[in-house]
Design a protein around this ligand. Sequence first.
Ligand code: 5RP
Length: 233
Amino acid sequence: MSEDMRELKIEAARAALGQVTDGMRLGIGTGSTAEEFVRLLAERVENGFSVIGVPTSERTARLCLELGVPLTTLDDTPALDLTIDGADEIGPGLSLVKGGGGALLREKIVAAASARMIVIADKSKMVETLGQFPLPIEVNAFGLRATVLAIEGVARELGLKGPLAIREKAGEAFVTDGGHLIVDASFGRIPDPRALANALNAIPGVVEHGLFLDLADTAYIAGDGGVRAVGAV
Ligand code: 5RP
């Protein structure tokens, strides 16, 4: 990642930090932008700021522990004030594609448990139509072939085409924090994300998918001209 790109992520994270108030219960996202947020948050915590966070991945949990950000779980703290997370694509109405880092299931559970969700990103994530970034679909390993065929079937019915790939890492199947696999669906364009979301939700082997609809309230998008807020502020 270039220094300029990192700077944009930091700027977006800084804008989101401005929405965090003392005593908040936070959902803490996953990915390089969310990690910049954790670093900034940790500085505030070190200076006496009191927050408690639910991390959306083991990776984020490790970083929080390393930097001294206090953590809890959704079992102990089931209602959160605010979740701050990155995204792979941000489309119309703050519809999102997420899961590039493989954390989409916990990210969605945490976002749904939050009163508010803020997305932080650099300007490259803004799109007119979702789908250029391959859609991550978390699936149970049991019956994988049947589930992939079912995903292909619903995609065909919606006029979507493109390869489905089982995600790999270092030559092995990538396994999520929840012990599942990820199918990355390269549809190119998803003109009706809601129809696809509903169809994927109806496939038993699909655990969750990376379409986040009606979850994000605000996005802070960093570009050369500064940070722009999209949605409710
Ligand atoms: C992880 C995610 C991330 O939010 C998404 O991949 C964006 O990551 P980054 O900030 O590194 O671009 O959904 O599952």
